[in-house]
Design a protein around this ligand. Structure first.
Ligand SMILES: Cc1ncc(C[n+]2csc(CCOP(=O)(O)OP(=O)(O)O)c2C)c(N)n1
Ligand SMILES: [Mg+2]
Length: 262
């Protein structure tokens, strides 16, 4: 069955914004699931936070909504608890879930709630025109840090590993096919799945060249079931090379399994 996941909404992202690549990757992932009979479209819920990334909900012909800023993760958790048969995914920003809603994402990872979070990590509050978030590098100059940010950045994948997420991956938005594959693996994972998507903001923090020269795919060279190996690989991300791929995957009982009557 051919499906069309486009909508009539005008795309208002900056021309060339990698958010469009994330949109295409997700549409492809859903199309492949539905066409292969692996998922039914009405069973997919794709929510979004508030920010440039949040506009994705307008451009997807699936069940979508926007949460309050920073509150996408608990909203997804509520939906999953209400109907565990749904495949529940959320698009969030580094400001949305690693600044404003930091407590929510860490606890969802700890509980192993069976939801998937795609982080549009552009290392900046983009919609509000360029302030530092927790993932902005030290020295980042923006509206709230005119002399440069004094804080060390947070590494989202490292935080997720430390909090017990059972699926942790990183990808680069420009690589649409690999991003689509990782999105599919995350959505198929039973438990809390987190994908850090490097998404340079071409207007307020253009890191396209920086990452283009540094990202590399782990592919089969990494034991994704080994937590020590995952920590080692993820820590390396603060250095000159940035590993991409599935960094860690394990099976654990989910929050829903633990809490809902059988
Ligand atoms: C509770 C609350 N605080 C602040 C804002 C203002 N606000 C709207 S979008 C945004 C930035 C979002 O940044 P991020 O989540 O990184 O998304 P991006 O725009 O970079 O995709 C902020 C601070 C808001 N809408 N609600
Ligand atoms: Mg951002």
């Amino acid at each position: 069955m051919a499906i069309d996941l486009t909508t009539d909404a005008e795309v208002t992202w900056c021309p060339g914004c990698p958010n469009s690549q994330i949109l295409v990757a997700f549409r492809q992932a859903v199309t492949e699931f539905v066409e292969a009979g692996e998922m039914e479209l009405h069973n997919i819920v794709a929510g979004a936070g508030v920010g440039c990334h949040g506009k994705i909900s307008d451009y997807l012909e699936v069940n979508t909504f926007n949460s309050l800023h920073g509150r996408i993760v608990p909203t997804l958790t509520g939906i999953k608890l209400g109907n565990p048969n749904l495949n529940v995914v959320g698009f969030s920003g580094d400001g949305d879930s690693f600044s404003e809603g930091f407590n929510h994402i860490t606890h969802a990872a700890r509980s192993n709630t069976d939801i998937t979070v795609f982080l549009h990590n552009n290392q900046v509050f983009a919609l509000t025109t360029g302030q530092a978030t927790t993932t902005s590098p030290k020295g980042f100059k923006g509206g709230t840090t005119p002399y440069g940010s004094v804080n060390e950045p947070v590494n989202p994948a490292l935080i997720m590993l430390a909090m017990g997420a059972t699926f942790v991956a990183r990808t680069f938005a420009a690589d649409i096919t690999k991003t689509k594959e990782i999105m599919k693996a995350a959505m198929q994972h039973k438990g809390f799945a987190f994908v850090d998507i490097i998404q340079p903001c071409i207007t307020f923090f253009d890191t396209r060249e920086y990452y283009k020269d540094r990202v590399y795919w782990l592919d089969g060279k990494h034991r994704k079931g080994n937590i020590d190996s995952a920590f080692k690989v993820v820590r390396g991300a603060t250095e000159d090379r940035v590993p991409l791929g599935i960094l860690y995957q394990a099976e654990q009982p989910t929050f829903e399994e633990n809490i809902l009557p059988r």
